[in-house]
Design a protein around this ligand. Structure first.
Ligand SMILES: Nc1ncnc2c1ncn2[C@@H]1O[C@H](COP(=O)(O)OP(=O)(O)OP(=O)(O)O)[C@@H](O)[C@H]1O
Length: 642
């Protein structure tokens, strides 16, 4: 699935993997996650975890005896030192676990091995561990750029504030890491500790989550004193169910992710005791704003200086407010959040994020919320939810209906375009047929003139002998055995000949209409059946278009077209009567009817090659026969003349 996402695919060298993509909004380079490196944990079960064991001396050497200058910081698990492994020269972060949380060697090793199996570009990699005596140390890859917390709140004066697209990319990367833990690992891993200080950034602002899977190594697990200090640390990120004492689920991580998103959007800390009371808790401060879309721009970090698209902001807020739902089940799947962010984090020329395709999400609530936030008239998801809850019975069908409405609008537009194309094709065809009719008429009138001349000549030759006449008749019968009308024409009057020619032309003309349209309809049916064998999605789209056409244009429905064609064909089966001339005049009108109704069918099965089908070959065959007959007629006339 991940391969389908738009990712940042510029190729970079290993040593200098900066994103070459030049973008004004994107002054911080961004490295694409090497998705192919991600493996399902189950698949790797038999592989040996790529984790090294270190002795204490090695790590003491690496960290210059744990000197103060190598101290990176201190967290809930203990102190973290920066070091260089002597054997490889690799930079590492050595986490010295607090002795309060002492675990047995075996227990510790088991935990370490399970952490080592978690490998993803957006997770800080565990390089090895040390379990010498009572020492418990973890060795991680060193991430050079500091934490998200540092960049958001503890920026040096020389540093530029992070721009919008970089923030969205960080969110996207973090979501990918979380998605790996929730969705690609079996059983899923609940992070429990997602927060800005645990999102480390490299020099290119590429995010990596740290401290995942350490839950069981927490100091004082089961010790209320140390547990409360950790809770204090994560306060502001914890989901309501955690405070209620309910079981944590992957959706608890989604809530924490929502808090991080809110920090990225607002530039405000999850908890800030320096602010007025009502603003100290970020989520509590943001909740009323979620319900008032007009206030979204005011919510954004002032350091961004409004350098973001309104749509981008609206959609980011929509995702955030969904993640921060009180009810865990109402929160989205992190995989859907990740998909949405893959679009929001794409650098576009105008800075406006690409619209997220309707079928991208596993849970449809995400697509509905984002579509509503795609325009200026936005409804926050929290309100949407309230509305949906009120209309509990119809909520599902309503949202489905809305999605359908959107899809119908898109289809309408497509069909409108296709109709326009067809209209121009049809008008060209009309012109062509009018021209050929005129050609036909002029041929007929020329023949009439010739016949008139022949008749005059015959009158003058009235003194010809009967034997000569018989010879000519015999000659004409040998030469034209197929044309019964021609064989008798030598003895017929000029008016009879004219009538015969007119009849031939009229029959050919009506046959032309019959053949061309009935075979074109067959063509359409053939195309319909071949479409039916296509993949499901195409089939759905085609049948939708078909349904749409029938509903929109009952007169021009394929059924009506077929009926009209059949009636035409049926008419042609009859012998010509006195009314035929009038009927033939109507052919042109019928032809136009067929064209206009055909245009509807063709709008569904538009095919440039349509004219090259079997219908076309029949058409040419009729034309050839017609011309042959005309030539024969002319020859006959000239032989008569001789
Ligand atoms: N792999 C690493 N590379 C670089 N710096 C790191 C790494 N791991 C941790 N640090 C840094 O070490 C310091 C302490 O990190 P640690 O994760 O122990 O504490 P924390 O995240 O601040 O709090 P908590 O333990 O409650 O999550 C932080 O400044 C952090 O940025």
């Amino acid at each position: 699935m991940m391969n389908c996402f738009p990712c940042f695919t510029s190729q970079k060298s290993k040593n200098s993997p900066r994103n070459n993509e030049s973008n004004d909004n994107d002054e911080h380079g961004f490295r694409p996650p090497p998705v192919a490196a991600t493996k399902h944990v189950e698949e790797r079960e038999t592989e040996q975890a790529p984790v090294k064991t270190f002795n204490f001396r090695e790590l003491a050497t690496a960290t210059k005896n744990f000197r103060q200058e190598t101290l990176l910081g201190e967290g809930g698990f203990g102190r973290v030192y920066k070091g260089t492994l002597q054997s490889t020269g690799q930079l590492v972060a050595v986490k010295q676990l607090d002795k309060h949380g002492m675990h047995g060697n075996k227990e510790f090793q088991a935990e370490v091995l399970s952490i080592a199996k978690l490998e993803h570009p957006n997770l800080v990699k565990l390089v090895g561990y040390c379990a010498d005596g009572d020492q418990r140390l973890l060795v991680f890859e060193y991430v050079s750029g500091g934490s998200l917390q540092d960049h958001l709140y503890e920026q040096k004066a020389s540093q530029k504030p992070m721009d919008w697209i970089t923030r969205m990319k960080i969110a996207f990367g973090a979501a990918q890491g979380l998605d790996y833990l929730h969705d690609k690992v079996n059983p899923p891993v609940i992070y429990r500790d997602l927060k800005a200080s645990n999102i480390l950034l490299d020099d290119e602002f590429y995010p990596k989550l740290c401290d995942f899977g350490l839950h069981n190594l927490e100091p004082g697990t089961g010790d209320s004193l140390f547990l409360s200090s950790r809770v204090m640390d994560t306060y502001g990120y914890s989901a309501p169910e955690y405070t209620r004492g309910d079981e944590l689920t992957v959706k608890s991580d989604v809530y924490s992710f929502g808090v991080v998103m809110l920090e990225l959007i607002t530039g405000r800390r999850a908890v800030d005791t320096t602010k007025p009371t009502e603003e100290q808790n970020l989520v509590a401060w943001a909740q009323p704003i979620f319900r008032d879309p007009k206030r979204y721009p005011d919510m954004a970090d002032p350091l961004l200086k409004k350098n973001f698209s309104e749509r981008g902001l609206n959609q980011a807020v929509a995702i955030t407010s969904m993640c921060l739902q009180e009810e865990p089940t109402a929160r989205p799947l992190i995989s859907d959040v990740m998909v949405a962010l893959s679009f929001l984090s794409m650098s576009t020329e105008d800075g406006i994020p690409t619209a997220v395709p309707i079928l991208s999400f596993r849970d449809k609530s995400m697509s509905i919320a984002l579509r509503r936030h795609g325009s200026c008239s936005v409804t926050p998801f929290s309100l949407l939810k309230e509305d949906e809850d009120k209309a509990s019975v119809s909520s599902d069908s309503d949202s489905e209906h809305e999605e359908e409405e959107e899809a119908v609008k898109e289809k309408e537009e497509e069909i409108r375009k296709s109709m326009k194309k067809q209209e121009s094709k049809v008008s060209m065809k009309k012109q062509e047929s009018r021209l050929s009719m005129k050609k036909q008429e002029s041929r007929v009138s020329m023949k009439k003139q010739e016949e008139a001349k022949t008749a005059t000549y015959k009158d003058d030759e009235s003194s010809d002998s009967d034997s000569e006449k018989g010879k000519k008749e015999e000659h004409s019968q040998v030469e034209k055995p197929r044309s019964s009308s021609s064989s008798s024409s030598s003895s017929d009057s000029g008016s009879e000949k004219r009538r015969s020619i007119d009849e031939t032309n009229a029959t050919a003309q009506s046959l032309k209409i019959k053949y061309s349209y009935s075979s074109e309809e067959e063509d359409n049916n053939e195309r319909l059946s071949s479409k039916n064998s296509c993949d499901e999605e195409e089939e759905e789209e085609e049948s939708f278009s078909l349904r749409f056409d029938i509903e929109r244009d009952p007169v021009g429905s394929p059924g009506n077209t077929s009926r009209r064609i059949n009636s035409l064909a049926h008419d042609d089966d009859h012998d010509h009567t006195d009314d035929e001339e009038e009927e033939e005049k109507n052919h042109e009108t019928q032809l136009e009817h067929i064209h206009s109704s055909k245009s509807v069918v063709q709008s569904v099965y538009s095919d440039d090659d349509a004219s090259e089908g079997s219908g076309s070959s029949s058409f040419h065959q009729i034309e050839a026969e017609e011309e042959e007959e005309e030539e024969e007629e002319e020859e006959h006339i000239s032989s008569d003349h001789d």
